[in-house]
Design a protein around this ligand. Structure first.
Ligand code: NIG
Ligand code: FE
Length: 411
C-alpha cells in the first residue's frame, strides 16, 4: 500500500493516540500537540505519529513541511450546500430593515429557495453543490453533513438527497446526509399543515429509507415553522425508519425545540440562539450535542448562542457553518472560528475542538475523524508557515491553509 510521510512538521494540533471522546467544559481549552513531528499515512489511514527523532526515513511520497503546522481537517456537522441559487436580494432587504421572519412570511426565505430548486435538474444541482463542496474543502473541511429541505415535495426532496448521495460517492470528503422535509410548510399546504406532515411521514420518510438516502432526520422546530408536537411526531416516525434526529432548535424563539430533541435522543440540537438556563440544564443531563452556528448569528444580525456560558457550566459544544443561501452563505471554517472567538468569547483552542473532534461526534464520526493518531482517517490540513493555531484565528480572513489531504490524497 502506498505510504506518504509528512515530515518536519512545526506542530501537530489535535493529536489523539487512544479513543477520542467528545470534549466537554474546561477540557475544551486543551489540545494535545507534538512539536517537530512526523505523520505516516498508509492508504487512507494514519499509521504513525510522533516526534521527528522517531520518524521513518523512507516512504513512497515524502512531503517536507518545514515551518508549517498540521491539524485535523474540519468536521462541519450542519450544512445545506445543495441549493439552486443565492438570495442576495433578501440580504439587501434585511439591510433595509426587513426581518428574516417577515421575508419568510412573504414567500421569501426557504420557500423562495424551494421554488428555485424545484425547477433545477438533479445534474444541475449536483454540479453547483460539487463546486461548493470543493470550495469548503479548500478551506480545510474534510467531513460534512448536508441536508435536504429545499425540495418540499416528494420528488424534489428525493432529488436533493440523490444529489447528496452522488456527492458521497464521488468526493474524498466524508459526507453524512440528513432528510429535512420539515424545513417549512410549502405554499400548497399553507391552510392544511397537517396534510404536509402526513406527506412527510407517509410518503417521504418511507421512500428516503427504502432508497437508503439519509443518515438523519431534521425538523426546523421553531416559531413560525414546526411546533414541538409536530416535531415529536416526525422524529418518532423517522426513528421507526432507522433515522436518528439532528434538529434545528431555538433559533428564533425559546420554542421547546431543545427539550423535544433530547426526548427523542437527538444526536445534536443545532442553532440555540434563543436558549436559557432551562435548556442548558436539560442538555447537561443528556447525550445530545449542542451545536452552535455563529456565522448565522453574524449574518442575520441576531443573538449568538450562549456558548461561553455553556462551556463554563461544563457542556461540550460543536460549531458548524450552517452554509445555506438564507442565513449563512459561507462555509469557511477558519472565519467561523474567528466569529466564535470574537463574538462568543471562546478561546481559539475551544473553537478548534468544536470544529474538529466535537463536530465529528455530532456526525457520529468521532472514532475516525477530527483527531490525528494511528488508525484515524488521514484527513489533514497543512497550514502555511504560521506561528500557531492562535495566530490562525487572530489573523482572520486570510488563507492560512496550504494543502488539504483527504483519505490520504493531496487534494
Ligand atoms: O439553519 N433555520 C432554518 N434553516 C436554515 C436557513 C434556511 C434558509 O433561510 O434558507 C438555517 O438557518
Ligand atoms: Fe441550518
Amino acid at each position: 500500500m502506498s505510504q506518504t510521510l509528512i515530515k518536519n512538521i512545526k506542530k501537530i494540533y489535535g493529536v489523539s493516540t487512544g479513543p477520542s471522546p467528545f470534549i466537554k467544559g474546561a477540557a475544551m481549552s486543551f489540545t494535545e500537540t507534538i512539536e517537530n513531528a512526523f505523520i505516516l499515512i498508509e492508504g487512507d489511514q494514519i499509521v504513525d505519529v510522533g516526534p521527528m527523532k522517531d520518524s521513518p526515513s523512507i516512504a513512497h511520497q515524502v512531503i517536507d513541511v518545514q515551518g508549517k503546522c498540521v491539524m485535523p481537517a474540519w468536521c462541519d456537522s450542519h450544512t445545506h450546500i445543495v441549493f439552486a441559487q443565492g438570495r442576495e436580494g433578501e440580504y439587501v432587504d434585511r439591510l433595509q430593515g426587513k426581518t428574516y421572519e417577515e421575508i419568510a412570511a412573504n414567500g421569501g426565505g426557504i420557500l423562495n429557495s424551494a421554488d428555485k430548486l424545484q425547477q433545477k435538474s438533479e445534474d444541475e444541482l449536483y454540479e453547483s453543490a460539487k463546486k461548493r463542496l470543493e470550495e469548503v474543502i479548500s478551506y480545510g473541511t474534510g467531513a460534512i453533513e448536508i441536508k435536504s429541505g429545499y425540495g418540499l415535495t416528494v420528488e424534489s426532496e428525493l432529488k436533493m438527497l440523490r444529489v447528496i448521495k452522488r456527492l458521497k460517492q464521488h468526493s474524498l470528503a466524508t459526507i453524512k446526509a440528513t432528510f429535512l422535509g420539515a424545513h417549512a410548510i410549502p405554499w400548497a399546504y399553507k391552510n392544511n399543515r397537517e396534510a404536509y406532515i402526513d406527506l412527510i411521514i407517509q410518503e417521504m420518510l418511507p421512500q428516503v429509507a427504502t432508497e437508503g438516502l439519509a443518515d438523519y432526520c431534521d425538523v426546523f422546530c421553531d416559531q413560525g415553522f414546526f411546533t414541538v408536537a409536530e416535531t415529536d411526531r416526525i422524529l418518532k416516525a423517522a426513528l421507526q425508519h432507522g433515522l436518528k434526529a439532528k434538529i434545528h432548535a431555538n433559533e428564533l424563539a425559546t420554542s421547546g425545540g431543545v427539550q423535544v430533541g433530547i426526548a427523542n435522543n437527538a444526536v445534536s440540537v443545532d442553532h440555540l440562539e434563543a436558549i436559557g438556563q432551562e435548556e442548558i440544564d436539560a442538555l447537561k443531563v443528556s447525550d445530545t450535542i449542542p451545536t452552535v452556528l455563529p456565522s448565522c448569528s453574524f449574518f442575520l444580525n441576531i443573538h449568538y448562542a450562549p456558548a461561553r456560558k455553556m462551556i463554563d457550566q461544563g457542556l461540550g459544544i460543536a460549531i458548524a457553518t450552517d452554509y445555506n443561501p438564507g442565513s449563512s452563505p459561507s462555509g469557511n471554517i477558519p472565519l467561523l472560528m474567528a466569529f466564535a472567538c470574537n463574538k462568543m468569547r471562546l478561546l481559539p483552542t475551544e473553537a478548534f475542538n468544536a470544529v474538529t473532534i466535537n463536530g465529528a461526534h455530532a456526525m457520529e464520526l468521532g472514532d475516525t475523524h477530527g483527531t490525528i493518531g494511528a488508525g484515524k482517517i488521514a484527513n489533514l490540513i497543512i497550514t502555511k508557515e504560521i506561528p500557531s493555531l492562535d495566530y490562525m484565528v487572530y489573523a482572520f480572513g486570510s488563507q492560512h491553509i496550504d494543502q488539504v489531504i483527504l483519505k490520504g490524497v493531496v487534494v
